[in-house]
Design a protein around this ligand. Structure first.
Ligand code: ZN
Length: 448
């Protein structure tokens, strides 16, 4: 089944409406780096907040953490990243371009036809130097995942949080991978944001918890509006499991370029804590008071990319519709993810309407992310709000000056209700929580 929207349309909408811009654009750009614009940053924040709420706030068995990007280099030796986080590369002997060995067919350079070297392993971690001396001893890595910051703080968190196992530690933050072949817009970039949970459990209960988290994470995407038919689960074969994993599932999404990984949920066993105990010389185990025994916990890891999730939500929300003979592009984003919740639109830029419209805006903006727009025709302003997925538009017209009521237009149904200005905040609050958008509510009278 082909995806209904191609990537060019998404990239173009993102640029046009201020979701995502190419990084360093006035300098000609920087390969596969992207900047989030005014509405993009709101969408991204909403995705992270939805994850944090579901994973940390709504539960009593998960706590949060925010660790540094640069960490002791010994951590990456222990985790296996220095030895194993590599791709085989071949280099052309004439033009010196490098290629992923598995992306080249035959022995010739795809660029110039020159001879290629034998494959060499290329580490995907970014390196830099800490302090003023650029020497091996001061070399540090930019983290390629947030997980290791969690493992090395396991003891700190257990001691201070007074929690018992099963216990999860969650973190959102930037990660860096020097990918050989990034691409597909924000799907694969060298700098990206991770949302990772390490869920520590008693060995023997790990399979049950893996199943639990696979279901939990799959349902999260569905709850936030992604259509079930565009999601699928794929269990890793024994030959593709990472060196640390006992078992792993991918949640895949039907992106414009085809089914691709949205999130991985791995059973990492006791690999990480055991490795860090060995390399640091500190014991990393858990005393289970109820069972009266000490063990190294197993860990279940749901690991998602923020940018990848943003892309999936955008693609799934994108629609082109025909309304009374006119085409409109609309993002049917879930209300909780929509960058702007409500737009205040005076019917026209008019000295009589402006003061009341500003008054309405000032009432709403401390409560919801609110936009104010009074330029161009009302039709064009509606279309702009549809394209960025704004659920509600509030229109102030000349009647509003008399009856102190305004019209709310709903993005998906295009239904309109008329509401007293004094009730507006309460009404929008209720609608954002999912209350039906119709005239059945007490103060709402249908306009047409
Ligand atoms: Zn070449």
């Amino acid at each position: 089944m082909p995806a209904k929207v191609d990537m060019d349309k998404i990239v173009s909408l993102c640029k046009r409406r201020g979701f995502i811009f190419p990084s360093s654009e006035i300098y000609g750009g920087l390969a596969s780096c992207w900047d989030y614009g005014p509405v993009g940053v709101e969408l991204k924040r909403n995705v992270k907040e939805a994850w944090w709420k579901a994973i940390v706030q709504d539960r009593d068995d998960v706590v949060g953490l925010d660790t540094s990007i640069m960490m002791h280099p010994g951590i990456w030796a222990a985790s296996g990243h220095i030895d194993n986080f590599t791709d085989p590369l071949v280099e052309c002997k004439s033009c010196h371009l490098r290629w992923r060995a598995d992306a080249v067919e035959g022995k010739k350079c795809p660029n110039c036809g020159g001879e290629l070297t034998e494959p060499r392993m290329f580490n995907l971690m970014f390196k830099t130097f800490m302090g003023p001396v650029e020497e091996e001893a001061s070399m540090v890595y930019l983290r390629p995942e947030t997980a290791q910051g969690i493992f090395v703080n396991f003891e700190n968190v257990v001691t201070t949080s007074r929690k018992k196992l099963p216990l999860g530690i969650a973190q959102i933050g930037k990660s860096f991978r020097n990918e050989i072949t990034p691409g597909n817009f924000i799907f694969r970039t060298r700098e990206f944001e991770h949302m990772e949970l390490e869920y520590f459990v008693k060995p023997g209960t790990d399979e049950k918890w893996l199943d639990y988290w696979v279901k939990e994470r799959f349902d999260w995407y569905v709850k936030l509006g992604i259509r079930k038919e565009n999601l699928r689960l794929r269990q890793h074969g024994k030959d593709e499991l990472a060196h640390y994993a006992r078992d792993c599932y991918d949640i895949e999404y039907l992106f414009p370029m085809g089914w691709s990984e949205l999130e991985g949920i791995a059973n990492r066993g006791d690999f990480d804590l055991t490795q860090h105990a060995k390399h640091s010389g500190k014991e990393l185990s858990y005393y289970d008071a109820e069972a009266g025994e000490k063990y190294v916990p197993y860990v279940i890891e749901p690991s998602a990319g923020v940018d990848r999730s943003v892309l999936a939500f955008l693609v799934d929300a994108y629609d082109e519709e025909e309304i009374e003979g006119e085409k409109r592009t609309v993002l049917h984003l879930h209300r909780s993810l929509a960058p702007i919740k409500v737009a205040v639109l005076p019917l026209s830029r008019n000295e009589k309407l402006t003061p009341l419209a500003k008054e309405v805006f000032n009432k709403l903006c401390p409560n919801f992310v609110t936009d104010y727009d009074d330029s161009q025709s009302i039709g064009r302003r509606y279309r702009r709000q549809d394209e960025i997925g704004t659920p509600f538009c509030v229109t102030i017209d000349f009647e509003s000056l008399e009856d102190k009521q305004v019209t709310i237009r709903e993005r998906d149904s295009l239904a309109q209700i008329r509401v007293p200005i004094g009730e507006l905040k309460k009404v929008i609050e209720a609608k954002l929580k999912g209350e039906a958008f119709d005239a059945s509510t007490l103060w709402a009278t249908r306009q047409k």
